[in-house]
Design a binder for this molecule. Structure first.
Ligand code: 13P
Ligand code: SF4
Length: 389
């Protein structure tokens, strides 16, 4: 999707930081309860310090859905998060993304045309009624709407297991003991509440694969769907036999973590603990000590005893913040050379000051809206997730 953030006036790009901090604080005070600022954990310090609520994508979706009073929701995160907030808030509320170029490269790896094309091709070789489409929240609103229309659901990294358990009608209590029934043995239909015997999971293959393994499935139950090839590059039999059809998408930040990083950390810190985000590859997740969403990682680091050494495989702003907040523990990036998420990084103090000054002046800058037809279906998929998890 083409989005364009016009350059900011010089007054914002050349202002010293303390002046911008003062402007943001003043605007925030003037707007009072009319404004709520949400900040994803990957945001820079200069921005996150102003967040009324920090969170992972699930926590912030839920929080946004509960904000009935604020007229303006300024979302310091990326485009798909602001879209979800717009879908979940009321018509009297406006959601603002301080920099329109703050997208997500993973979300851009799946678009509606490609998903619809694969869906049609899948229907030619298997019972489409038994495939449940699941989209990671890191996706465009149009894909959430597709999922809503087709009896599927959204998931985030903190509830993928619950959502897939729901989708495949597994026994929620089966834990890591494996599927409650043999994969492929399901014989129901959409009339059973939208669940089936296969999932088409997009756009992140890693979250889908890692969750499938967590649920007790094996590699032979999973196939990667390449959107650039007919039927995803799969043979008919591969489609029929798979339980997980995993879209060939990834996060370029999390895919950088390698097993070699885990081995290097362990040889230097034999008692150290490795905690990674489930967007990392399965090879890394398999040998890590713990895996979980950004909220999970924060909890795990704060529960670790003083004196422990922890290597974290996720975006560097969160890792550095955890290190600062826990000076009695050594918190390191699993990859010493990791890059920040370049799109999360676009939200900075000048852009935050610019949108807030606009609100004070009565001008809504960078509003994110999802058209009502899309929003209706996408809301079904998001609310289904909120109800499941
Ligand atoms: P969380 O769901 O953990 O917030 O992660 C969102 C994200 O974009 C991770 O890269
Ligand atoms: Fe997207 Fe990865 Fe950045 Fe998360 S870290 S917003 S998945 S590019």
């Amino acid at each position: 999707m083409f989005r364009l953030q016009p350059p900011l006036p010089d007054d914002y790009t050349t202002a010293p930081n303390d002046e911008l901090v003062r402007r943001v604080a003043t605007a925030r005070a003037r707007l009072g309860k009319r404004l709520v600022i949400l900040g994803h954990h990957y945001q820079r310090e200069e921005v996150i310090q102003f967040a009324d609520r920090r969170g992972d994508s699930f926590g912030l979706s839920r929080f946004a859905a509960d904000q009935h009073d604020a007229e303006f929701v300024v979302f310091c995160g990326v485009h798909f998060m602001a879209e979800s907030a717009d879908i979940l808030t009321g018509p009297h509320q406006q959601v603002i993304l301080p920099d329109l170029n703050a997208g997500c490269s993973m979300a851009d790896m799946a678009d509606l045309d490609d998903v619809e094309q694969i869906w049609v091709e899948l229907a030619e070789v298997t019972d489409i009624e038994a495939i449940v489409p699941i989209t990671y929240v890191n996706s465009a609103a149009a894909l959430k709407a597709f999922v809503g229309r087709n009896s599927g659901a959204v998931c985030t990294s903190s509830n993928a297991r619950a959502v897939l358990t729901w989708a495949l009608e597994l026994d929620a209590a089966s834990g890591t003991g494996g599927p409650a029934r043999a994969p492929g043995s399901w014989a129901g239909s959409r009339s059973l509440g939208g669940r089936g015997n296969k999932v088409l999971f997009f756009p992140d293959q890693h979250l889908g694969r890692n969750t499938g393994f967590q649920l007790g499935y094996g590699a032979s139950d999973m196939q990667v769907v390449d959107p650039r090839r007919r039927l995803g590059g799969l043979a008919d039999a591969e489609v029929k036999e798979a339980t997980f059809l995993l879209w060939k998408g990834h996060c370029s930040v999390h895919q950088r973590f390698r097993t070699g990083h885990v081995e290097a950390f362990r040889s230097e810190h034999p008692d150290g603990v490795v905690i990674v985000h489930p967007e990392c590859s399965h090879e890394v997740v398999e040998i890590a000590d713990q895996v979980g969403s950004t909220d999970y990682i924060i909890g795990a680091v704060s529960r670790a005893p003083a004196g422990s050494t922890i290597a974290v495989g996720t975006e560097i702003h969160l890792v550095d913040r955890l290190a600062r907040e826990h000076p009695d523990r050594t918190v390191l990036s699993l990859d010493p050379l990791v890059c920040p998420c370049s799109t999360m990084f676009r939200i900075d103090l000048p852009h935050l000051a610019w949108v807030l000054d606009g609100l004070v002046a009565g001008e809504v800058r960078n509003r994110i809206t999802v058209d009502e037809a899309t929003a209706v279906d996408a809301r079904v998929a998001l609310e289904r997730m909120l109800a499941i998890a």
